[in-house]
Design a protein around this ligand. Structure first.
Ligand code: MN
Length: 738
C-alpha cells in the first residue's frame, strides 16, 4: 500500500480495530490493560484528566445548543456529544440523550471496516454525516456528525454529536413515522457520508439537505450545532494534550475504558444477585384499520421476552430469544437501536458514576436473535420508529434488574418500568393566513420527553418528568412548541386523572392536552403509542401497569361559534365515559381504543386530544397510606370512583374546606370488602392453567396473539420448547394462523 496509514505505530485503522478486538478476546482486558498504571501512579492527575475531558464535553454541548439549534434541540436539550478512541470506542460523554453514545461508536466502526481510510479518505478537517440505522444509528431522525481528531500525522480519536430532527423528509411529516413500512419511506438516508473538509460543510451537501427535508431551517441549524460542538471538543483535546502530553493521552483513553468495564462489574456484584432473571413485555401495533398499504393492514403484537443472566464475576448477558418477527411497520430494530436503548438505561441504574463509556458495553453480552423484531436483518424494512418495540422491551430489563436490586436491599433503586414516551402527536400543515402565510409548520411536540416514571419499592414514581432515552428529561414550554407548530395552538395542558399505575406506591402521573387547527390548510395529523395491550412488563409486587393510550379527535366542529359566543369548550378528557368533547362540541367525534393511527387530514377548528403516559405502580393499592390517597384526590391524580374501586378509600369533597376528606371507618370496611371479593373471585393456579391451555389448544386466541405466538414458535427452538413444555403441548405443536 503506497498510502501512509493514519493509525498508531504506522498501522491502519482497520488493523488497530482488529487488534483491539483480538486482544480483548484473548486477555479479557480492554487493549490488554491488566493494570491501571496511570491511576495507580497518580490517582489525582488521572481523576483530574477525566473530569477535565468530561467538563469539556458538557460545556461543548451547552455552548453548541445556544450557538445554533432548532427549538426541539434547544428547548429540551435533545442532543449529546461523545469522544471516541481511533477504533471508535467511547471514552467520555456529555449529558443529554445518552442513548446515542454507543450508536456513534458503531458508525465509526462501520467506516473503519469499510476502509474509509483509503476511500474516501480520512483527513484532518473532514466531516462525516450518518443517520443510517444499519450503521449503528437508532432511526433516520437521529442525525450524527463525526469528525476525526489528528495529532501530527496520527488519528487520536473522533468527536461525535447527535441531534434528533423535527423532520427527515419521510413518507409523511414528522419524526416517528407510523406509516413507514420500508426503507424508502424512512426519509433521507446519509450512510456515513463525507460532507465536508477543512472544517467546512460542503455547499453541495447543504443544498441537497435543504431540499431533502420539510424543515430545512432546523436541519441547517442543527447541522451547525453538531459541528460547532465537535470542533470545541477537538480544541479541548488539543489543550489536554498540551497539558498532559500525547503519551499520557494515548494511555489514559484506554485505561479509562478498562476502568469503567471493571467499575461496571463491581457495581453488578454489589447491586445484584447472580442468577437467571426473566420478564415478559408486549407492544401492540394495530394497523389493520388505518394502514394505507395493503400488506401493512394487520394487527400485530410484539412478543418481547427478556432473559438476563447475572454472572458471579459481575458480567451480564442479555437475550431476547423468543422475540416475535419484524413486520411492515416502522417499529423494526437493528443493533444500534437495541444497544442504544440498553445503554441509556444501564447508565441510569448501574453505570451512574462519573465515568460513563464503552467499558460498560464491553461487560455486557447480548443476543438479539436474527429475524426477530430485535434484529430484523432485512435492510429494506422500515426502521423509522424502533422505539415502538424498544421502549416496552427494555421495561423487562428494568424489572429484571429491579428484582436483583430488591433482593440485595436497594429498595429505593427499584424501578419496575416507566411510561411510554409516546402519543407523539405529529404531522403539519401550511399557514393559510397571517404573517407566515404559505409557509409550512411542523407538529412535533416534544412533550413526550416528560413521562411518568415507575414507582420504587419505597416511594411514588416521578410525575411528568421522565424519558427512558434522556436522563435529563424535560417536557418543555408550550410557548416554544407553539413557535414552530403555530397552526395548531394549544387550548389546554393539564393533569390527566387516573393516568398513574395503581399501587401502594403509585406510578408517576401525567398530562393531557387539547389543541385546535387554526389559520391553516393541508393539515396532516397522526399519533403513536400503545393501544389495547399494556406496554412493557407492568407493575411490580402487586402494583398495576399504567393505563393504555387511546385516540380522540373531533372534525367539522362548531368551535368557530363557540369562540364567537365565548362558550365552554373541551379542555381535556378526564372522564371518557362522560366526555367533554361529546358534551360541549357539535361535530364528528372519533374515539379509538388504540393510539397509533396513520395520518388523517384536518381542517381549521378541528380538535385533537392527546394524553401522555403514566408510570407503573409498586405493591398492593390496598396498602396505600390514606394521607397519600387524600393528596392524590386534592391534586387531581385520581378521581373519587377510582379511589373507591381500586384503593378501597371512601372520600368526600368538603366544599367549605375546599379539600377531600377520607372517611376512615368506611375505608376500613371497604378494604375488607375488596379483600373478601378477591378471595371469592380468585381461582387455584391449576384451574387457571387448564383454562388457558384449552384456549391455546382450541385456537381460541385473537388473530394478533396467534400471529405473535406462531412467529415466536417458528423463530426460536428454545423458546418453543419451553412454551410447549409449560403448557404440556405436543412436541410439534404450532399456533395456526388463518
Ligand atoms: Mn431520535
Amino acid at each position: 500500500m503506497s498510502r501512509r496509514c493514519i493509525g498508531w505505530n504506522k498501522k491502519s485503522l482497520k488493523e488497530m480495530l482488529e487488534e483491539s478486538e483480538r486482544v480483548f478476546k484473548e486477555t479479557g482486558y480492554y487493549c490488554g490493560i491488566d493494570k491501571l498504571r496511570l491511576k495507580e501512579e497518580d490517582p489525582f492527575r488521572y481523576e483530574r484528566a477525566y473530569a477535565g475531558l468530561r467538563g469539556a464535553l458538557v460545556s461543548a454541548r451547552e455552548t453548541a445548543l445556544h450557538i445554533a439549534a432548532s427549538p426541539i434541540v434547544r428547548e429540551i436539550g435533545e442532543l449529546c456529544f461523545a469522544l471516541y478512541t481511533p477504533e471508535g470506542d467511547s471514552i467520555v460523554v456529555s449529558t443529554g440523550i445518552l442513548v446515542h453514545v454507543h450508536t456513534m461508536s458503531e458508525a465509526i466502526k462501520f467506516m473503519i471496516r469499510e476502509n474509509y481510510e483509503e476511500d474516501p479518505g480520512i483527513n484532518p478537517g473532514d466531516i462525516f454525516l450518518n443517520n443510517d440505522p444499519q450503521c449503528g444509528n437508532v432511526h433516520t431522525t437521529d442525525v450524527q456528525t463525526l469528525i476525526p481528531i489528528f495529532w501530527k500525522d496520527e488519528l487520536i480519536g473522533w468527536a461525535g454529536g447527535v441531534t434528533h430532527q423535527v423532520d427527515t423528509g419521510g413518507i409523511v411529516p414528522g419524526h416517528d413515522l407510523t406509516s413507514a413500512i420500508q426503507r424508502f419511506d424512512d426519509g433521507v438516508y446519509y450512510t456515513c457520508l463525507k460532507i465536508g473538509s477543512n472544517d467546512k460543510i460542503w455547499k453541495d451537501h447543504l443544498i441537497n439537505a435543504r431540499r431533502s427535508v420539510r424543515t430545512p431551517l432546523y436541519w441547517e441549524l442543527d447541522e451547525k450545532c453538531r459541528l460547532a460542538g465537535d470542533l470545541m471538543i477537538r480544541d479541548a483535546i488539543y489543550k489536554f494534550i498540551e497539558r498532559e502530553g500525547i503519551d499520557y493521552y494515548k494511555q489514559f483513553i484506554r485505561e479509562a475504558i478498562e476502568e469503567t468495564r471493571r467499575i461496571f462489574k463491581e457495581r453488578v456484584k454489589e447491586r445484584l444477585i447472580p442468577g437467571r432473571y426473566r420478564a415478559a413485555s408486549f407492544f401492540d401495533i394495530p394497523s389493520k384499520e388505518t394502514a394505507w398499504q395493503p400488506r401493512a393492514k394487520v394487527d400485530k403484537i410484539s412478543n418481547e421476552p427478556i432473559e438476563i443472566i447475572v454472572k458471579e464475576d459481575g458480567s451480564i448477558s442479555l437475550s431476547f430469544d423468543g422475540a416475535s418477527g419484524p413486520g411492515a411497520n416502522p417499529m423494526n430494530c437493528d443493533k444500534g437501536a437495541m444497544e442504544g436503548g440498553q445503554w441509556v438505561l444501564l447508565t441510569q441504574v448501574l453505570i451512574y458514576g462519573d465515568k460513563v463509556n464503552d467499558g460498560a458495553y464491553l461487560a455486557v453480552e447480548t443476543d438479539y436473535p436474527l429475524g426477530t423484531w430485535s434484529n430484523a436483518g432485512d435492510p429494506y424494512l422500515s426502521y423509522q420508529s424502533p422505539w415502538g418495540n424498544l421502549i416496552p422491551a427494555y421495561t423487562g430489563m428494568m424489572k429484571c434488574l429491579s428484582y436483583g436490586l430488591f433482593s440485595r436491599g436497594y429498595r429505593e433503586e427499584v424501578i419496575p418500568g416507566y411510561g411510554f414516551t409516546g402519543d407523539a402527536i405529529q404531522g403539519g400543515g401550511v399557514y393559510s393566513a397571517g404573517p407566515l402565510m404559505g409557509q409550512r409548520w411542523a407538529l412535533s411536540t416534544f412533550e413526550i420527553s416528560g413521562q411518568g416514571l415507575g414507582a420504587s419499592a419505597v416511594r411514588d414514581g416521578l410525575d411528568w418528568g421522565y424519558a427512558m432515552w434522556n436522563p435529563e428529561a424535560d417536557l418543555g414550554d408550550v410557548e416554544t412548541w407553539e413557535l414552530f407548530q403555530g397552526g395548531i395552538p394549544y387550548l389546554s395542558r393539564r393533569v390527566k386523572p387516573n393516568n398513574a399505575g395503581y399501587g401502594k406506591y403509585r406510578g408517576g402521573a401525567n398530562y393531557e392536552g387539547v389543541a385546535m387547527i387554526a389559520n391553516s390548510r393541508d393539515v396532516d395529523f397522526f399519533g403513536a403509542r400503545e393501544g389495547m395491550v399494556f406496554h412493557g412488563s407492568g407493575g411490580m409486587h402487586g402494583g398495576y401497569p399504567q393505563p393504555t393510550a387511546y385516540r380522540l379527535y373531533a372534525k367539522k366542529t362548531n368551535m368557530k361559534e363557540i369562540i364567537e359566543k365565548q362558550k365552554d369548550y373541551p379542555l381535556g378528557d378526564p372522564d371518557p365515559a362522560n366526555g367533554e368533547f361529546e358534551r360541549l362540541l357539535k361535530g364528528e367525534i372519533t374515539r379509538k381504543e388504540y393510539c397509533t393511527i396513520y395520518p388523517i387530514t384536518l381542517e381549521n377548528y378541528d380538535l385533537i386530544h392527546y394524553a401522555l403516559s403514566g408510570g407503573p405502580g409498586y405493591g398492593d393499592p390496598l396498602e396505600r397510606r390514606l394521607d397519600l390517597v387524600k393528596q392524590d384526590l386534592n391534586d387531581g391524580i385520581y378521581t373519587k370512583d377510582i379511589v373507591y374501586k381500586v384503593y378501597g378509600v371512601v372520600a368526600n369533597y368538603d366544599e367549605q374546606r375546599g379539600e377531600w376528606v377520607v372517611d376512615e371507618e368506611a375505608t376500613r370496611k371497604r378494604r375488607e370488602e375488596i379483600r373478601r371479593e378477591r378471595k371469592e373471585k380468585s381461582v387455584p393456579f391449576n384451574e387457571y392453567w387448564e383454562r388457558e391451555r384449552k384456549k391455546i389448544i382450541e385456537g381460541k386466541l385473537c388473530d394478533a396473539v396467534k400471529i405473535m405466538y406462531s412467529e415466536s414458535l417458528r423463530l426460536s427452538k428454545r423458546w418453543a420448547k419451553e412454551f410447549r413444555e409449560f403448557w404440556r403441548l405436543p412436541e410439534d405443536f404450532m399456533v395456526e394462523v388463518k
